[in-house]
Design a protein around this ligand. Sequence first.
Ligand code: CDP
Length: 221
Amino acid sequence: MNSSIAIDGPAGSGKSTITELVSRRLGLFHVDSGAFYRTITYYLIEQGIDFNDEIKVLNAINCDLLEVIPGDGVFKILLNGKDVSDKIRTREITKAVSPVSAIGCVRDKVNKIFRRLSSEYNIIMEGRDIGTIVLPNAEHKFYLNASVDERAKRRRLELLEKGEEFTFEEIRLDIQNRDHYDSTRKIAPLKKAADADEIDTTSMSVEEVVEDIVGRIKKSE
Ligand code: CDP
């Protein structure tokens, strides 16, 4: 059986950065589940498909839309053969991704891909429902969190580095809205799995969080 680690948490809790570093330390494939939802969101917006019409969404995604190519410890996601990874982290996509990822047929589509990846590779997967729904039998589960102010500060810097400038208040409100949407939706809400270790990263450096997680994993081996 392949090994799997689940990392969940809200926006800006440090999941992506930490998962990337832990994956390299432990030689696991990093699966960014949010990137799959973001890629589908990008596609629906590009095609002008109304998210509220589930039949239209189902028809639009009911084909070999996404291809997953294993690379150096990560998976490249191709949308109809094209790499759109540099287009899926804009504020526009970020605002639309929560309603799209709350659609049942969208979740079914990506969960099928995740099940296949977890049966073929040793993975560490980050997201919102990984410890609860996608990998309920993961060997290790972590739930990262941080204060909303700290998370907004981190996200603002991240967007600034990409040339997108928004006020702290705008980003803070976006994050609060998304947290609320993600944690109150009916299907697969953002939730700490009962058997996950929770880590509050508010006043921790990236290195400290990585050491903490790697230490806990090694200790239990
Ligand atoms: O990086 P950040 O935490 O801002 O976002 P992300 O991990 O890329 O996820 C973007 C959105 O996709 C989340 O706000 C959720 O609405 C959705 N998502 C989900 O529903 N389930 C997952 N396993 C991962 C992401």
